[in-house]
Design a protein around this ligand. Sequence first.
Ligand SMILES: O=C(O)C(=O)C[C@]1(C(=O)O)C=C[C@@H](O)C=C1
Length: 276
Amino acid sequence: MKRIAIQGIAGSFHEDAARRYFDEDIEVVECKTFTTVCDKIDNDEVDYAVMAIENSIAGSLLNNYQLIRDYHLRIIGEIYIHIQMNLLVNDGVKPEDIKDIHSHPIALRQCMEYIEHNYPNAQLHEKLDTAASSKLVSDKNLKDAASIANLRSAELYGLNVLDTGIETNKKNYTRFWVLSKHGNPTEGSNKASVCFEVGHFYGSLAAVLNTFAKNEINLTKIQSVPKIGKPNEYMFHVDIEWEKPDNYDRAIHQVLKCASSLSILGEYQKGNLHNE
Ligand SMILES: O=C(O)C(=O)C[C@]1(C(=O)O)C=C[C@@H](O)C=C1
């Protein structure tokens, strides 16, 4: 059975992403931090990892770009999960009892309008993941607290659903990458994630982007990530898609001539969007 590392515990969105991507029996290895996730792949303790890279409301997880580069991990796939948030409580807890709300910081951000409108005086507590907040509320049998998490965590930890669909924007998606230590391009790849640096002179970034355009390569995301310890220096991470593999090969060849460094982090199949 494949072993998959995630940041978080059973019932988190990471677990959901892992189970949906592999669509077979997997063993989920729970980790406290993303660094532990990377260590586990590096030490061959797991076969793959699933890692959130961006959310349609909260934006990119910049530190995860850095980790993937530092650990030389390969991106072998991606999956988009439709994120729906729920307010979960123990038996007998009513809305007026709630003084504390526990969740992952990004999940709290996704529900801020609801919280401010319904629980303006509640104390917010940031936890490592949404499921850990449900587990805490349940384990301690808190009668004045709620967690914000998904429905599976309510089932797993025996909580009741007080309110559902509480995220501010209903088009709330998180994109997860599937990572491995080694890995060849996935068969039938039509997407790649690459990162590069350019010199500090006019037109250097434009030259790289024009090379993609000229070769009919569709740029789906560009993200600049600061280089730690080197002020004003950035790595550019781009996601690109193609219809004809030859166009991709030619574009990469040409980019090598105009970028000062180029790494291909992974070539994989464009991910599907999964609804809850
Ligand atoms: O806390 C969880 O359940 C997670 O899987 C983490 C996470 C994230 O990192 O953004 C995943 C999806 C949601 O956007 C909220 C939280």
